[in-house]
Every structure is written in C-alpha cells, then in structure tokens.
Design a protein around this ligand. Structure first.
Ligand SMILES: [Zn+2]
Length: 224
C-alpha cells in the first residue's frame, strides 16, 4: 500500500507545518512529513516512500564484483611483494631477476587461488535489512534475526569491510551505509552490530537521506 494513503493528520515531523492529506508522506520511521521536506532531502527518497511501505534491501554481493575487488588488492600487494623479493635478491647476491620471477609467480598463484575462494564465498553472502514503523530488522545468515529501535542506532558512511560479519573472507572495497546497532554486551566500551545497507548507488542515497531526515544519530568520524 502506498505510504501516502495511510492517512494524514497533525504536523510534519521535520518543519511542523500542518499536513494536508495530499501533502503527507509517511516514512519508515512511522512519522509523517510534508512532501517539501522529504523532497528537499532527496527526490529519490520521496519516490521510494510513495512506492514502498517497508524499506527493505537484500544484502548480497555479485561474485564478479568480489573477485574484481580482490584482484585490485593483489595489484597493490603483488608489486610491493615483488619489490621486497628484489631487494632481498640484490642484498644477498641472488639476483634481482630471480626476485622478479618469484614475485610474479607467487602473486599470480595467490591471486588465482584467492579469486576462486572469494568467488565461492561471495555466492554465499545473504541477508536482509528492513525498516518499518521505526524498527530496524536484520536477517543475518549466520546469526539469525534481530531487531532494534531505529533511534537506538547510529550510522555512518564507511567501507563494507567494517561490516565483515556479513562479508566473511571478502575484501569488499565499496563504500556504503553502516548502521551500528547496540548489543547487550559490554567490554570496556559498548559493542555494536554493524549492519551494511545501501549497497547500490540508488539505495545508498535512499538510506542516507532517510536516516538524516529521521534524525538517527550520525556517528562522528573519530569514533568509527
Ligand atoms: Zn515539512
């Protein structure tokens, strides 16, 4: 059911203007906003809110993208490793060419083996994150389901590697939204579950603009 048809009353949760029935947009935090406020944050958010009663995203990664990221990593590590072997070969009289040869062979074999491992691991990535009526629900492939009040969470834009429990064994370089959800575990500091979302450019804009207008706390840079 489109959100706008749920019925409107009261004031916009952001600018406090009176909401006419045809101007109200109910977002997934359970609050109503005027069209102008939602559109000013993101026209994409307004379009999604009109269509979807739940903000929902599958957490998956295409194996091809995972392999590409892994190979980019080896493109950095390989020359550095080869340079190190050349230095060792030069200082020990074993020859620079032996260092280059060994470095290239090890890098090529390592990249090949890791690409196969990463391809299979990426195919197993699965999960889902949803927001409805102010609750964040997460389906974790290994840890089951969990939910939090959205206002108890924090978020920031960061590397997918920060949410590594969803991408085990993968070097995923893309930047996305990381939602930090409080756990009932404390060890010197509060521990959070890091939930990735906004894996595509379009959904990243929707998640980011939604979290901003909903007033969910953005985690400060030095605390990430
Ligand atoms: Zn407003």
């Amino acid at each position: 059911m489109p959100e706008e048809t749920r019925g409107a009353s009261g004031a916009c949760a952001k600018c406090s203007c009176d909401l006419a029935q045809d101007q109200a947009v109910c977002l997934w935090d359970g609050k109503e906003y005027c069209r102008a406020c939602v559109n000013s944050v993101s026209p994409m958010l307004l379009a999604y809110a009109k269509i979807y009663s739940i903000l929902s995203e599958r957490i998956v990664i295409h194996p091809r993208d995972a392999v590409r990221d892994e190979l980019l990593l080896w493109c950095l590590v390989g020359p550095a490793f080869t340079g190190f072997l050349c230095y060792v070969g030069f200082t020990n009289g074993l020859g620079i060419w032996n260092g280059i040869f060994l470095g290239v062979v090890v890098t090529a074999l390592g990249a090949l083996v890791r690409s196969l491992i990463v391809y299979r691991a990426a195919a197993l990535v699965s999960g889902r994150v949803e927001v409805e009526d102010g609750r964040l629900r997460v389906q974790h492939p290994g840890r089951g389901n969990a939910s939090w009040a959205l206002q108890d969470c924090q978020w920031h834009v960061g590397s997918a590697r920060k949410a590594k429990t969803f991408f085990p064994g993968l070097f995923v370089s893309r930047r996305l939204i990381i939602v930090e959800c409080p756990l009932n575990v404390r060890f010197l500091w509060r521990l959070n579950a890091r939930v990735p979302c906004g894996l595509t450019k379009e959904l990243r804009e929707v998640w980011e603009s939604f979290l901003i207008i909903a007033g969910v706390e953005r985690k400060r840079r030095f605390l990430r």
